[in-house]
Design a protein around this ligand. Structure first.
Ligand SMILES: Cc1cc2nc3c(=O)[nH]c(=O)nc-3n(C[C@H](O)[C@H](O)[C@H](O)COP(=O)(O)OP(=O)(O)OC[C@H]3O[C@@H](n4cnc5c(N)ncnc54)[C@H](O)[C@@H]3O)c2cc1C
Ligand SMILES: NC(=O)c1ccc[n+]([C@@H]2O[C@H](COP(=O)([O-])OP(=O)(O)OC[C@H]3O[C@@H](n4cnc5c(N)ncnc54)[C@H](O)[C@@H]3O)[C@@H](O)[C@H]2O)c1
Length: 479
């Protein structure tokens, strides 16, 4: 079977590569081993956010005098889990298959493996079917995503730990959940299971939410602790063991062992490239796949890797952004039309380097884009760029104090003082997620600060913090 493009993996990223290439006039086949929609739709973004929202709604009502009087109970855990089941369509991907059919993208269900240049062999999901040989006239796009990484802690694998899959698809709330890892998955899942009434212990090597502004992890840690989560920082398990009673025992150096009903491993991701046949085209199996800004593998004129699997930004929206560039550039190269791969061109995923937005849906929420102060300081050292960091307490803004009684939050802006543009913003506070896109636009468009003064935030909204940040920076040209 011959197509212009073969896409391996029908997660959010593969679907978008296929969609754009199809819109560009190519014939496209997509290969999927599990569910159309991938990790995001069934075991990651969608179920996790469905599980987090009820607690956030309850916390919002509790924090407003008058509204709090209407709260007469606690979360209904069974109803929350049912809401999650609805959000993932009971793990049925029929609507995804229907969309592919309507869009004119052929679907092959099975495990795809590269067997040579522009060639993929699929082992069908249905064992009664023989392997299918696919040949691409122009390109193969690997969009196989990532799996939970399980660290080499003695006994951990044998103890059958939960990963993000078991956590997001849980049917019951463990009486006591231990979480190894203090990143986004660890913090979000600790929030969920505590809100549903379980005891939770987090085990983090360092502080929480490493890589973000330090005040973000500190605020989330304080709030998790206040909600009853035990947060052990500076700690790594030395051994894990599941006893005959089903309980898990976690051992440490210099700290008493911990017993829990389940242990969730949330220690990052590993690429799904082990069984992909990369060795047949000279690449290392099992590694992340390096690509250029058009998402093509350097040295190849046909192989692309898009989404989690290239390790540029492990986020659905950023992978889909890459997918739009990849699908379009594959079509342009196949059709022989102009390729615009310069920085910020239509065929380049430039924002991956400068402006990756991310929201962690904890209480408080953490929303960030662009550089942190620490990353900007490194840049300043390398390039001699002038940097200024401005912090502002979000609770001082009238919109915030009206939004929630005793609102607490912090915003940090990182400014390039040579060009007077924003390099990064981090918002920490209840309901800050929706503030993020304005920041992303300001960073991507490199809006000069003196023009931002003309972008007037409505009163009384949380967005007034933009004006406060500008006031803190000053307006020397006005004097
Ligand atoms: C708990 C959790 C919560 C998250 N929450 C968010 C969030 O709120 N927002 C956000 O932006 N990101 C979030 N992420 C990250 C997000 O899930 C990923 O960035 C996203 O799923 C990546 O999409 P992808 O298409 O690259 O890979 P995937 O979604 O992993 O899809 C890859 C697809 O390829 C298929 N596949 C793999 N190998 C083969 C093969 N050899 N043959 C055929 N098919 C194959 C898989 O079955 C899968 O369907 C979260 C991640 C986790 C773990
Ligand atoms: N809301 C969102 O956008 C969202 C939510 C969840 C996940 N994600 C994405 O999924 C990816 C994976 O999330 P994650 O939380 O698994 O990874 P992560 O990289 O965010 O965090 C992993 C954590 O595990 C710790 N760790 C690693 N090895 C350890 C060990 N041996 N012992 C103890 N701790 C150890 C690290 O120090 C780190 O704190 C993230 O990169 C993120 O992009 C996004």
């Amino acid at each position: 079977m011959e197509y212009d493009l073969i896409v391996i993996g029908a997660g959010p990223v593969g679907e978008n590569v296929a969609d754009r290439a199809k819109a560009g006039g190519l014939s496209v086949v997509i290969v999927e081993a599990e569910l159309i929609g991938g990790e995001c739709s069934f075991w990651a973004c969608v179920p996790s956010k469905a599980l987090l929202r009820p607690a956030a709604a309850l916390a919002a009502a509790r924090a407003v005098a008058g509204a709090d009087a209407a709260i007469t109970g606690t979360l209904d855990a069974a109803a929350v889990l049912r809401r999650r089941d609805d959000a993932v369509g009971d793990w049925d991907d029929a609507s995804g298959a229907h969309w592919l059919e309507q869009t004119g993208i052929d679907l092959v269900r099975g495990h795809g493996r590269i067997t040579g240049v522009r060639t993929v062999t699929v082992t069908p999901t249905d064992p009664a079917l023989a392997p299918i040989q696919l040949r691409a006239r122009h390109a193969v796009a690997v969009c196989t995503g990532s799996d939970a990484a399980v660290p080499d802690i003695p006994g951990l694998r044998a103890a059958a730990p939960w990963t993000s899959r078991e956590a997001t698809s849980a049917e019951e709330v463990p009486a006591h959940l231990a979480v190894i890892g203090g990143g986004t998955v660890g913090c979000e899942m600790a929030t969920v299971f505590r809100s549903l009434g379980g005891a939770v212990t987090m085990i983090a090597r360092r502080g929480l939410l490493g890589g973000m502004e330090p005040f973000a992890g500190e605020a989330v840690q304080a709030s998790l602790t206040a909600s009853g989560v035990e947060v052990l920082t500076g700690t790594t398990p030395t051994a894990v063991h599941r006893g005959p009673d089903g309980r898990v025992r976690i051992e440490f150096d210099g700290r008493p062992a911990l017993e829990a009903d389940e242990v969730l491993v949330a220690t990052g991701r590993s690429p799904r490239t082990g069984e992909l046949g990369l060795e047949t085209v000279g690449l290392e199996p099992g590694g992340w796949i390096t690509v250029d800004d058009t998402l093509r593998v350097p040295g190849s004129d046909w192989l692309y890797a898009v989404g989690d699997v290239n390790h540029r930004a492990l986020l659905t929206h950023q992978g889909k952004y890459q997918a739009r560039a990849a699908g379009d550039v594959i079509a342009a190269r196949a059709n022989g039309t102009a390729v615009d791969d310069a920085a910020w061109g239509v065929h380049a995923a430039t924002a991956d380097h400068a402006a990756v937005p991310q929201v962690t849906f904890t209480d408080p929420e953490v929303a960030s884009v662009g550089l942190t102060a620490a990353a900007a300081a490194r840049l300043s050292e390398q390039e001699g760029r002038g940097i200024r960091v401005i912090d502002y307490q979000l609770g001082w803004v009238s919109g915030a104090s009206l939004h929630r009684d005793g609102y607490r939050g912090q915003v940090r802006a990182v400014i390039d003082t040579d060009r007077e543009v924003l390099l990064g913003l981090t918002f920490v506070g209840p309901d800050v997620a929706e503030l993020l896109h304005a920041a992303t636009i300001a960073v991507v468009a490199e809006v000069p600060l003196n023009r931002l003064w003309h972008a007037v935030p409505a009163f009384p909204t949380l967005s007034e913090v933009w004006l406060r940040l500008l006031e803190e920076y000053g307006r020397p040209e006005a004097a």
